[in-house]
Design a protein around this ligand. Structure first.
Ligand SMILES: Nc1ncnc2c1ncn2[C@@H]1O[C@H](COP(=O)(O)OP(=O)(O)OP(=O)(O)O)[C@@H](O)[C@H]1O
Ligand SMILES: [Mg+2]
Length: 309
């Protein structure tokens, strides 16, 4: 039985006071948002469409990270690296072409990230044009989509952040046509890294959007890998199918990273095989009426950077 003195001490313990206050102020996710429906299930969790119960009734997308599960038992071994990255980076940045994080809620061993809502993603747009409308995306629309994508990427790169998973499903677009780069689960800051980026993550970027230097096993890589992915997304928007649709070689039983031969061959088929000290240059030409996607083999000294157009 605690004596009167320790009881008084406990009552005045600042940590205890803080926790009591915090728990009293905590509002459950479902008391703040009405879940309107399920949007998608990804690698790390599920995304729901939700409406704020506040008077403004704003629509949000809530990403619920899965807790660790052993059979049917929910265990708690920590927070996934992807969730940590997404939370840490998204809290620090703000740009109209990057999906905004409104709040993070911790509840019942799950993390809920509340994002501004975007009605579509680029993959849905591509499917809509290729399957339903059966027409090309109009050049002005295409131009706006790629311009905004580059605008968001330029902001990320200026903040020394590499996205490392740009692909149509991770690029959102609102009903009014505002592009929002999403899914920062693989993103990281590259300012003065203490060790090669490869040391932290052996595989980055979804295979069809992976730059040649990554396919060749580069240990040090830079912003150009995101620019390559933008080029691939651009070509996909223009032709409504992936430009380099390679077969992914899977990890072996020892989890060794395999050489992605087929993917590299797909690139060579389209762009030609590089000879000697050259690398690919993919660039965009934007004029008031025409929108061209050009690719050619150029000297290795000209590195691909995201530049404001
Ligand atoms: N803010 C948002 N508004 C509307 N839909 C969204 C939003 N964020 C994500 N989505 C939808 O949910 C899908 C998955 O989201 P996200 O890529 O962030 O999750 P993930 O778990 O990392 O998924 P994956 O492993 O498939 O990349 C997106 O492709 C998009 O269709
Ligand atoms: Mg994703």
């Amino acid at each position: 039985m605690p004596d009167e003195w320790s009881h008084t001490m406990l009552q005045s313990d600042p940590m205890r006071i803080y926790r009591t206050k915090r728990d009293a102020a905590h509002r459950a996710v479902t008391s703040k948002y009405t879940i309107l429906g399920f949007i998608s299930s990804g690698t790390y969790g599920r995304v729901y469409k939700a409406q704020s119960v506040d008077s403004d009734g704003t629509i949000y997308a809530i990403k619920k990270f899965k807790p660790d599960k052993e059979g049917d038992v929910v265990t708690y071994t920590g927070i996934s690296q992807s969730a940590i990255r997404e939370m840490a980076l998204n809290r620090e940045i703000s740009h109209e072409n990057i999906v905004a994080l409104k709040e993070i809620i911790l509840e019942d061993k799950s993390i809920y990230m509340v994002f501004e809502y975007a009605e579509h993603d680029f993959l849905q747009v591509i499917h809509h044009y290729s399957q339903t409308l059966r027409i090309q995306i109009q050049s002005q629309v295409l131009k706006s989509m790629v311009y905004q994508l580059l605008n968001g990427l330029f902001y990320l790169h200026s903040a020394h952040i590499l996205h490392r998973d740009l692909k149509p499903a991770n690029i959102l677009i609102t009903a009014s046509g505002v592009v929002k780069i999403g899914d920062l689960g693989l993103a990281r800051i590259i300012y003065q890294p203490l060790q090669p980026l490869f040391a932290g993550d052996k595989v980055v970027v979804t295979i069809w959007y992976r730059a040649p230097e990554l396919l060749m096993g580069a240990k040090h890589y830079h912003k150009a890998i995101d620019c390559w992915a933008v080029g691939c997304v651009f070509a996909e928007l223009a032709s409504l199918r992936p430009i380099f649709k390679g077969e992914e070689a899977k990890l072996d039983s020892k989890k060794n990273v395999p050489f992605q031969r087929d993917q590299l061959l797909k690139i060579f088929e389209v762009l030609g095989t590089p000879q000697g000290n050259v690398h690919y240059v993919i660039y965009l030409v934007l004029t008031p009426n025409v929108f061209l996607f050009k690719s050619e083999i150029g000297p290795a000294s000209e590195t691909c950077q995201s530049t404001r157009i």
